[in-house]
Each structure stands twice: as structure tokens, then as C-alpha cells.
Design a protein around this ligand. Structure first.
Ligand code: SMG
Ligand code: MG
Length: 382
């Protein structure tokens, strides 16, 4: 990453909460999401050629169920602890956001949204795309779709078949104890041996479940994602040795240091990168680089983002180490309407185009956004 960008002077930061209904309920081992309650960060700044703005999306959920972070906590820490430090440090470059906020522990999703907004504004000021800035090597990225736990296995088979017909490069199925081996068996029996299939447990299992997890080996899965709780790193080493299915970590990888431990211990065969979870797209890029150096494949996760967050994710997912399809689906998979930016669409070959305009390359539709906004506050330096 270079800092040849000339920087911006931040004049104000808008924090906006929006609420968007999902097109269908999304159930995981930890709960069901029917809508998204999202904190957006909008940076207003002066650039070398005049005023610019940039947007960042916080991926925290309404409740602290996927991780300890949640939307109201992200808003609170941003107002009380992060923006005062951002302003006091006089940050002019996205590269400097992480250091300015470092003394606040954790709260990576909140920090990531601030960094994303500063980066978007700085790149728009420079007329440069986020994809190019991060080091993208492709113009389109292969994508899959993540399917929640459904009322019946028949529903799952027909939903998966529908997404494969649409052209998605693979499907990911949420699992939990009691909804694991049989759903996979039926998917393989009815949809064939050849399509890309992976599963995500969202930490619902423990070492006592190893026989169930080994039973999944027969289905030739691309990977099993986050079988055990976030902190159980050594148990993952044992699991990775005990089963054939590649073990992937999501929730565990909260930053570069943990990723380093995981790589050194051999606790994962594959790493899921979510910029929000690791504190930003710049940290996400560094984790990508570390995984590439270690020979460990990565793929881009998703947090049911709007077009704002998804555009930034597409830029990162275009880096060369992202060799597996991402959880970056078309807008229509998430939202019945909204849609706060031009919608991401699935290409017939199972890819989504990486925006190449300045910053994230998408424009926010303020009329649509205003209609779904539940609160908005403007914060100024000093
Ligand atoms: O954005 O398509 C998406 C969702 C992908 O399954 C997805 N995300 O653990 O990977 C994961 C989950 C986290 C969100 S669950 C509500
Ligand atoms: Mg996951």
C-alpha cells in the first residue's frame, strides 16, 4: 500500500442508522435475522480539488450473537471514543486511522466502518478506485450464496437448486447439531456430486462432536467453516488433523495476530476474511498477504451488507489470494427493494463485477437512504 495519495481534511462525520428488511429470514445456529439495522459512517472532507465524501458500513448485527459487537454499541463507541480520537489526531489518510484508534481495545467493526469511509473519501479525492489501490488483479470475482437453516430439507434442496440455476459458483449451507449430515446427504443425492458445497457452523459444535463432523467428509465439501467457538484454536488443530474436509475459520480470526497464531499452529486449512471482523479493509489486505505467504487460501466473507459495504468488499475480494468464491451475492439475494446503491448483479458465469470508479465506485441514492433512515447525527472536529 502506498501513501502517494495527497489526503483529505475531514470537516464532519455523519453517523446514520438505517433499517432494511431482508428478502427472506436468514437463520443460523445462533439466531434468525429478518432485517438489518446498520450503522453507516459518512465522512465529509475537503480534498485537493474540492469537497468530497466517503461512506463506510458497519457490519455489526442488532444483537451480539455472531460476535460481541452490536449496532448500538458500535454507535456508542464511535461517538464517545473513536471520533474524538480521529479528530484529535487530525487524520488525513486512511492509512492513519488504525493507529489513531488503536488505544481503544476491540470494537473492530466500528473502527472498520470509519476507516472504510475515510478510505472511500480519500480515494474519491484522488480519482482512484479502491480495487486498484488495494491491489486487485481481476475485474470480476466468483461468488456464492449463503443459505440459512430452513424449515425442511426439501426447502433447502429447492433453494440451493434455484441459486445454482441462477449461476452462483457454489452454495454454503448453515449447519447446527441436528441439521448437518442429512441436509448434506440430500443435497448431494438430489443435486449431484459436482457442485461446490460448503457448510458454516457458526461455532455450534465442540470437540465432543468430532464423529458428526467426520461424517461430513463423505460429501466432498469445499470446507467446513467455524465449527468450534471463537477461542478454541488448539481444538481446531486437532480437528483439522482428524477430518478430510478443509477446516476454515471465520469468527476466530479477529485480527492479524490471531491469524498468525492460527497459521503457525495449522489450525485452519482456509481463512475467511471479513474486513469488518478484522478492523478494516487495510487489515484484511495484510491478512490476505500473510495467508498467501503461508500458502493458505482465503475467501471473502459477507455480513449481509448493503451495496455500500459490498462494493468495498468486492475491491478486496479481487486480490489474487482470494481463490475460493466469496459470500458476496447479488443485491436481489438480500433486499426486496432498498437499494441504497446501484445493485450488484450476478453475471452468467457466477461472478460479480468489481466497481472501477473512484473510491468504492458506487453512488449512494440519498432519497432511498433517507426513506430507510432511523436516525442521523453530524459530528464535527473540535
Ligand atoms: O453476506 O451473504 C452474506 C451472508 C454470509 O453467511 C454469511 N455470513 O458466519 O459467515 C457467516 C455469516 C455471518 C452473518 S449471519 C447473520
Ligand atoms: Mg461464517
Amino acid at each position: 500500500m502506498t501513501t502517494e495519495l495527497s489526503g483529505i481534511d475531514i470537516t464532519a462525520v455523519e453517523l446514520r442508522r438505517i433499517e432494511l428488511p431482508l428478502v427472506a429470514p436468514f437463520q443460523t445456529s445462533f439466531g434468525t435475522w429478518t432485517f438489518r439495522d446498520i450503522l453507516l459512517v459518512r465522512v465529509h472532507a475537503d480534498g485537493p480539488n474540492g469537497p468530497v465524501e466517503g461512506w463506510g458500513e458497519c457490519v455489526a448485527g442488532t444483537q451480539p450473537l455472531y460476535s460481541s459487537e452490536y449496532t448500538s454499541a458500535a454507535e456508542d463507541v464511535t461517538v464517545e471514543h473513536l471520533l474524538p480520537r480521529l479528530f484529535a489526531a487530525g487524520v488525513r489518510h486512511a492509512d492513519d486511522v488504525e493507529a489513531a484508534l488503536a488505544e481503544v481495545r476491540g470494537h473492530r467493526m466500528a473502527k472498520a466502518a470509519i476507516e472504510a469511509a475515510v478510505l472511500d473519501a480519500e480515494l474519491r479525492a484522488a480519482g482512484r478506485s479502491m480495487a486498484e489501490h488495494l491491489g486487485a488483479t481481476v475485474e470480476r470475482v466468483p461468488v456464492g450464496v449463503s443459505i440459512g437453516i430452513l424449515p425442511t430439507i426439501e426447502d433447502l434442496v429447492s433453494t440451493a437448486a434455484g441459486h445454482l440455476d441462477e449461476g452462483y459458483a457454489r452454495v454454503k449451507v448453515k449447519i447446527k447439531p441436528g441439521w448437518d449430515v442429512e441436509p448434506c446427504r440430500r443435497l448431494r443425492a438430489e443435486l449431484g456430486a459436482d457442485f461446490g458445497l460448503q457448510v458454516d457452523a457458526n461455532a455450534a459444535y465442540g470437540p465432543g462432536d468430532i464423529e458428526t463432523l467426520r461424517a461430513l467428509d463423505q460429501f466432498d465439501l469445499l470446507l467446513i467453516e467455524q465449527p468450534y467457538p471463537e477461542e478454541r484454536i488448539v481444538d481446531n488443530v486437532e480437528l483439522a488433523q482428524a477430518i478430510r474436509t478443509p477446516v476454515c475459520l471465520d469468527e476466530t480470526i479477529v485480527d492479524e495476530a490471531v491469524c498468525d497464531d492460527v497459521l503457525r499452529l495449522g489450525a485452519a486449512d482456509v481463512i475467511n476474511i471479513k474486513p469488518g471482523r478484522v478492523g478494516g479493509h487495510l487489515a484484511g489486505k495484510r491478512i490476505h498477504d500473510a495467508c498467501v505467504a503461508a500458502g493458505v487460501p482465503v475467501w471473502h466473507g459477507g455480513m449481509l451488507e448493503t451495496g455500500i459495504g459490498r462494493a468495498a468488499n468486492l475491491a478486496l475480494a479481487a486480490l489474487p489470494g482470494f481463490t475460493l468464491p466469496g459470500d458476496i451475492s447479488a443485491a436481489a439475494r438480500y433486499w426486496a427493494r432498498d437499494i441504497v446503491t446501484e445493485p450488484a448483479v450476478l453475471e452468467p458465469d457466477g461472478t460479480i463485477r468489481v466497481p472501477d470508479g473512484p473510491g468504492t465506485g458506487v453512488e449512494v441514492d440519498l432519497d432511498v437512504l433517507d426513506a430507510v433512515t432511523t436516525s442521523v447525527h453530524l459530528h464535527h472536529p473540535s
